[in-house]
Design a protein. Structure first.
Length: 228
């Protein structure tokens, strides 16, 4: 089931994944950014290529790296400036394939997904398959397929964090922070899943009183406490 893109607090449409990037190592030109899908990120191409293909990447068969786009430095008072493009988390996979028929005996490529979601590990499996497909068919269509698949993932149980919550998470090592937000969304998903018809689910989604009543009945049936 496709997840609704939604709208962020600035009124902008929000997708699961904003960009797909592809970089490769050219023996004459070095690291180059080959593709940006569906549009350029606005960041410097050479800088992106260097982040995606760090020094020594060719020495390993595969490697995962992570970096940020649109990161803002705090001002003198320690506050993060508001406005401008949103902070993007980038999950990058580098892979080296040895081939005796090419110069230097290896082909090095990297593919990355750029997302507003902090929990980027959920894209690892999809990214691995997409990069393998790109080695077989090195066209922008492979990036388009990954972009479409990632944005059709159902992330309805992933909370949309506010700018302030995101800032707190950036400077915190507590991986369980805001855990209750996930619990609440998962509880709501299970409540809606117990309804027999799609029309009834649609009506109930926007009725907190009905959800509260449903939660109470679920709690009585299971003997446990469920928070609506």
């Amino acid at each position: 089931m496709a997840c609704s893109t939604g709208v962020d607090e600035d009124g902008m449409e929000q997708r699961n994944v904003e960009y797909i990037l592809l970089a490769e190592f050219d023996i004459d030109r070095g690291a180059i950014l080959k593709h940006q899908y569906p549009r350029p990120t606005g960041a410097d191409d050479s800088h992106l290529a260097e982040l995606m293909l760090p020094d020594g990447a060719h020495a390993r068969e595969s490697d995962w790296t992570m970096f940020f786009l649109n990161q803002k430095a705090p001002d003198e008072s320690g506050k993060i400036p508001e406005g401008g493009p949103p902070l993007l988390y980038v999950l990058n996979l580098v892979r080296t394939k040895h081939d005796k028929e090419v110069r230097r005996g290896a082909v090095v490529k990297a593919m990355a997904v750029c997302t507003r979601h902090r929990f980027i590990h959920i894209y690892q499996a999809t990214l691995m398959l997409a990069l393998e497909n790109y080695y077989r068919a090195s066209t922008e269509e492979t990036l388009a397929e990954l972009y479409k698949s990632a944005n059709q993932m159902d992330l309805s149980c992933m909370p949309r964090l506010s700018r302030h919550e995101t800032t707190i998470l950036r400077f915190s090592d507590d991986q369980n922070m805001f855990e209750e937000r996930f619990v609440q969304l998962e509880t709501r998903r299970r409540q809606l899943g117990s309804l027999p018809h799609d029309v009834e689910r649609l009506d109930t989604t926007h009725n907190d009183a009905v959800l509260a009543e449903l939660a109470a009945s679920t709690s009585e049936d299971s003997g446990s406490t469920v928070r609506p």
